[in-house]
Design a protein around this ligand. Structure first.
Ligand SMILES: O=c1ccn([C@@H]2O[C@H](COP(=O)(O)O)[C@@H](O)[C@H]2O)c(=O)[nH]1
Length: 232
């Protein structure tokens, strides 16, 4: 774990390994963490994760496991063996799944990665939930899933910064809130629906900001990261 505790977690959603490495080589692990998600993991696999861990970056392995308890627990163990800083599951997999995932990390002691759960994707709004038969606002659904996540023993949740203030009041300041859906002023929201600027998100109670395209697709990504960090 990086003792300087940088708040920005850059989502490395590249389909070209060399482009990702060229970008990473401009970065300092003191100023950001890195997230490897489904796209890069599917292209480049665990060796790529190990390569980034070996460069001393804290890596959030964002594979959002969702399956029966035994399968998810084994996948979480495999992630821990890669040396990642953080790994996640879907809270909607339920209590037994989350408890199994947490339980398998016990032998790792303080070397275990943080284990967090996805609540409601930041790309979703109330109408998306309605289509799934969920007649709750995103805030109410996030509160329900985050409460279940905490009582299953996990370390935090992925949510949007719109829910952060209420979640901190409800679940306490130690329960980590990791918020994608971050858009610096003037940047394109794309497929994200529940968004805030980096500063608004931190002020709302987010612990870590997941930021992808506004940085990686910028003309000068390293400079955008510096500018974002300066606002926090
Ligand atoms: O609710 C969620 C969970 C995960 N993500 C991931 O975060 C990044 C966001 O990228 P941007 O380019 O900044 O939109 C991406 O890798 C998602 O898979 C999320 O957006 N929302």
């Amino acid at each position: 774990m990086n003792q300087l505790d940088p708040k920005v977690v850059i989502a490395l959603d590249y389909d070209n390994k060399q482009s990702a490495l060229d970008f990473i080589n401009q970065l300092d692990p003191a100023t950001c963490r890195l997230k490897i998600g489904k796209e890069m993991f599917t292209h480049f696999g665990p060796d790529f994760v190990k390569q980034i861990v070996a460069k001393d970056f804290d890596v959030f392995l964002d594979l959002k496991f969702h399956d029966i308890p035994n399968t998810v627990a084994k996948a979480v163990k495999a992630a821990a063996d890669l040396g990642v800083w953080m790994v996640n599951v879907h809270a909607s997999g339920g209590r037994r799944m989350m408890e199994a995932a947490k339980g398998i990390l016990e032998p790792y002691g303080d070397k275990a990665p943080l284990l967090i759960a996805v609540t409601v994707l930041t790309s979703m709004d109330e109408s998306d939930l309605l289509e799934l038969g969920i007649e709750l606002s995103p805030l109410e659904q996030v509160k329900r899933l985050a409460t279940l996540t905490k009582s299953s023993g996990l370390d935090g949740v992925v949510c949007s910064s719109h829910e952060a203030t209420e979640l901190k009041a409800l679940l306490g300041k130690e329960f980590k809130l990791i918020t994608p859906g971050i858009r610096p002023e003037g940047s394109d929201s794309g497929d994200q629906r529940r968004i805030k600027t980096p500063k608004q998100a931190m002020d709302s109670g987010s612990d870590y900001l997941v930021i992808g395209r506004p940085i990686t697709q910028a003309e000068n990504p390293a400079q955008v990261l510096t500018e974002i960090n300066a606002t926090l």
